[in-house]
Ligand binder design. Sequence first.
Ligand SMILES: C[C@](O)(C(=O)O)[C@H](CC(=O)O)C(=O)O
Length: 304
Amino acid sequence: MAVAPLTGAKRLRQLLADPNKLIVAPGVFDGFTARLALAAGFDALYMTGAGTSISKLGWADLGVATLNDMVANASMIASLNPSVPVMADADTGYGGPLMVSRTVAQYARAGIAALHIEDQVQQKRCGHLLGKQLVDRETYYARLRAAVKTRNEVGSDMLIIARTDARQSYGFGEAVERLQEAVRIGVDVVFLEAMETEEEAAKVNVIFKGTYTFLNMVPGGTTPNMSVEKAQKLGFRIMIHPVICFQPIMDAVKKEFETLKSTGLCSEQNAAAGVKNAFNLAGLQECIALDREAGGKAYAAVGD
Ligand SMILES: C[C@](O)(C(=O)O)[C@H](CC(=O)O)C(=O)O
């Protein structure tokens, strides 16, 4: 509920202006994970499409999520602390140039700092799964042209990130050429999805010197696991860890459910925590203070 001195997009541009800075953004997909990432003090957040698909729809990252699903989630996450930039997945842009234009306008209005548009077909999948199909170059470029034009026309500072998934089916050369044209079209950041070696990651930074480069770190995915230090050394400017919450949540919640099923009680640690930790994480005290300062009495007795 704080009043933000800068928009997320302006803040992201300010962070990128420091050539030595690598922006590390954990993947978040709901209010809970976003609050945890904000509390941990990250410079920026990344709204993952995969996580949005699983957490909001209960389905795997296969292009099931629509523009409405994505923009509603992104908008909620960006509203929690508008001065912390939220970069968001915009998949294929959800159709042709017209639909991409609508997507970009809606993300900009939602206060998103950056979005990425890719060149997979509508029946897309996580970039680290096999069998990806791509649209041809012209179809991809039309998506990007629509994105850049709309961003400029709505007067937003939001960064447009061009993502290509061409590495898997057409090779590194095709992926590079697609991104080179993307830069000519006017995108701000290049994202070569699913690079296969550290050498490729190094080359991307040489080839695209002068353009912000983006690294997607998916453990167990196609790209070798790299530390923040390594990514910085290679020259990347933005690094996302989109699925960082998945396994920890699954492990912890599964264990707790098993405890309840087998013993009839939740764990002692859970019982001792109560609900206040989670509510405080999600702004309980700020909400009480706001109400009190405005002269309200509704939450005076809630306690801390
Ligand atoms: C970055 C990504 O688009 C996402 O939705 O977070 C995914 C992550 C994943 O599913 O592993 C992607 O890389 O396609």
